[in-house]
Structures are given as structure tokens and as C-alpha cells.
Design a protein around this ligand. Structure first.
Ligand code: 10E
Ligand code: SF4
Length: 331
């Protein structure tokens, strides 16, 4: 059987600005305040990232009752509900909020429209921490729909003031279909000016759309818990290309590549480039001879760090006061 000849790398792939920022927040908090730093939920859904931060002194917890008094606590990039935020403040932790600013933007929109009397339909995946965080911005009045069937079943109390919000990492195509069903059932529904699905999700899915028809198999680097990574694998499969998602190079199986001419490779927004390079090395060891990076959008977006963790680029010195914020920023 002929070995794979070429690896085609999707562009863009891997870390987004929100993930970069969230990891940097934990690393800087450890540097500045010393280990341990507590993190509510996996900072991002990636096994390598979480293990790396554990080794540096982070402790990941789900329940705030597992955080000792006086500790420093970081909220994960997926965001938290008002109840979690309030409990953390009440327990007196020093809090750094690593919620992606694009998730916070959705929270802010929900709070603003709720004040104007709106009820919400949220398109998202049940049980996902981002969905719990966004729905948890209000005590009531947000109805979750996961698919078109749910849209037919949803029962808002009124329909004059109804708005749609979404999880940021959905399949762009599925979300469009579900939004269309919402619009068909509730024609006056208010939709986000700019959709809630973020630039990184959109760009990585667009790249897979370009990549998939050019290759015989698509490998997505990402952890099983990562929603956006799962969507990339699903998308490639929907486009008719065999697709696998792997957490690391050890999960690759030689028979996936036997006799194939081209292997497509991408990575979810929470998957570090080091894992992509290890996957490339392994596929090369199986017989691939060359690597080519697709042409693609260059992402330049970068989010600022929270107060108390900013370091001057020129001097390396802390440029804000020493005390961490009491209460999360950006909410
Ligand atoms: O499961 P998700 O794709 O939401 O999260 P992730 O940690 O794999 O990637 C980063 C995306 C975030 C924080 C949600 N906007
Ligand atoms: Fe932010 Fe989008 Fe990255 Fe989520 S996937 S952390 S919303 S940039």
C-alpha cells in the first residue's frame, strides 16, 4: 500500500485569542501570587493544556466549596453564571475572570435586553459550561434549543419581545438552520446584529470547508470535551471526507493513512500547536513526505489581560497595582 504523500495544514487552526488570554491569566496568576491557583472548570477543554497548568501549580475544581478561604480563583474561558460569580465573591476569593471577552459580550447583551423585557431563545448544547454560564445570567426567561425539533416545542411566555442568543462555538451551518426555524416560528424575533458565533469558530470551520475536498482524510487535534473541535470533525465528515479527532499523536492509527495521497490536519481553538507538530511527526513516521500550509485568513485579534496581571512589554514589570480584582472584570 502507498503511504501518504502530503500533509495539508488548515489555516487558521488551533489557539484563538480567548484561549491564549485564558491560559496566560492562569500562568501569570501563578507567577505573581504563587501556587496553588484555583481554576473553576478546565480553563479550556484541552487535556495537554490542563495537565501543563496542573504541573505549574493550578488546581482545577468544579465546586467553589472545594476552594479554600482566601485563595485566588480563575473562572474558565467558557464563563460562569451569575450564581457562581456571586458565590465566589461572597466566599471572598481573589478573582480573575478568564471568560473570553466574546462570551462576556453575549452575557452583556442578555442582561441589557432582559432589562428591556426580552425573553430569550438560546441555541446551544445542553450541559456545556458556556451554555450554563450564559443561561445563568438570568434567573428565568432563557429557553434552550439544541435543534430544529426543539424550536417547534419551545414555549416562551410572550412573543413580542423575544431575542436569540447562541453558544459561540456552534456549527455555523446548523446554527443558521436553527435560526431560520426560530425566525419562521417567531417572525418578530430579535437576532444579534453580529452573530454570537465567534470569529475563530467561523474561520476554523471555513478553513475545513476549503481543506476537506482536497484531502482523503481529515485529522482534527482536540479533546473529546471540546465543542468547537468536535464541530470541525463533524463538518469534515458532513462534507464527505473521513475524519478523526485525536487528543494527541498517540491516538493516531496507522491504518487511517494507508494508501492515501493527502492528509488534512487542523486543530480546535483549545488545541496547542505543539500537539499539531507531534501529530505531523507521527504521520511523517508513517510515511508522509511533505507538509504544506493552506492559504488562509491571518488572525491578529488579541484581548487585553485583566487588571492586576498586565506586564509592560518593554520592561517586563507589572504595570498595575498588586491586588487582584475583588469580583470579576467585564461583567
Ligand atoms: O467546548 P468549547 O469549544 O466551547 O471550548 P474549548 O475550551 O475547547 O475552546 C475554547 C472555546 C471557548 C472558551 C468557548 N467560547
Ligand atoms: Fe473566545 Fe471564540 Fe475562542 Fe471561544 S472560541 S474563547 S468565543 S475566541
Amino acid at each position: 500500500m502507498q503511504a501518504p504523500q502530503e500533509i495539508l495544514l488548515a489555516e487558521p487552526r488551533g489557539f484563538c485569542a480567548g484561549v491564549d488570554r485564558a491560559i496566560e491569566i492562569v500562568e501569570r496568576a501563578i507567577q505573581k501570587f504563587g501556587a496553588p491557583i484555583y481554576v473553576r472548570h478546565e480553563i479550556v477543554h484541552n487535556t495537554y493544556v490542563v495537565n501543563d497548568l496542573k504541573a505549574k501549580g493550578a488546581i482545577f475544581i468544579e465546586e467553589l466549596s472545594d476552594v479554600p478561604p482566601g485563595a485566588t480563583l480563575v473562572f474558565s474561558a467558557h464563563g460562569v453564571s451569575k450564581a457562581v460569580q456571586q458565590e465566589a465573591v461572597a466566599r471572598g476569593f481573589s478573582i480573575f475572570d478568564a471568560t473570553c471577552p466574546l462570551v462576556t459580550k453575549v452575557h452583556v447583551e442578555v442582561a441589557k435586553l432582559a432589562k428591556e423585557g426580552y425573553e430569550f431563545i438560546m441555541i446551544g448544547h445542553k450541559g456545556h459550561p458556556e451554555v450554563e454560564g450564559t443561561m445563568g445570567q438570568l434567573d428565568h426567561g432563557i429557553h434552550l434549543v439544541e435543534d430544529v425539533e426543539d424550536v417547534a416545542r419551545v414555549q416562551p411566555q410572550q412573543t413580542e419581545k423575544l431575542a436569540v442568543v447562541t453558544q459561540t462555538t456552534l456549527s455555523v451551518d446548523d446554527a443558521a438552520e436553527i435560526s431560520a426555524a426560530v425566525r419562521a416560528r417567531f417572525p418578530s424575533v430579535r437576532e444579534p446584529k453580529q452573530q454570537d458565533i465567534c470569529y475563530a469558530t467561523q474561520n476554523r470551520q471555513d478553513a475545513v470547508k476549503v481543506l476537506s475536498p482536497q484531502v482523503d482524510v481529515v485529522i482534527v487535534v482536540g479533546s473529546p470535551t471540546s465543542s468547537n473541535s468536535n464541530r470541525l470533525r463533524e463538518l469534515a465528515a458532513k462534507l464527505g471526507t473521513t475524519a478523526y479527532m485525536v487528543d494527541n499523536a498517540d491516538e493516531l492509527q496507522g491504518e487511517w493513512f494507508k494508501g492515501l495521497a493527502r492528509v488534512g490536519l487542523t486543530a480546535g481553538a483549545s488545541a496547542p500547536e505543539i500537539l499539531v507538530q507531534q501529530v505531523i511527526d507521527r504521520i511523517k513516521a508513517l510515511g508522509a513526505v511533505s507538509v504544506r500550509t493552506m492559504a488562509g485568513i491571518e488572525e491578529t485579534i488579541k484581548f487585553p489581560l485583566p487588571k492586576g496581571l498586565k506586564i509592560d512589554a518593554a520592561t517586563g514589570l507589572d504595570i498595575t497595582e498588586r491586588t487582584p480584582e475583588t469580583g470579576p472584570a467585564g461583567h
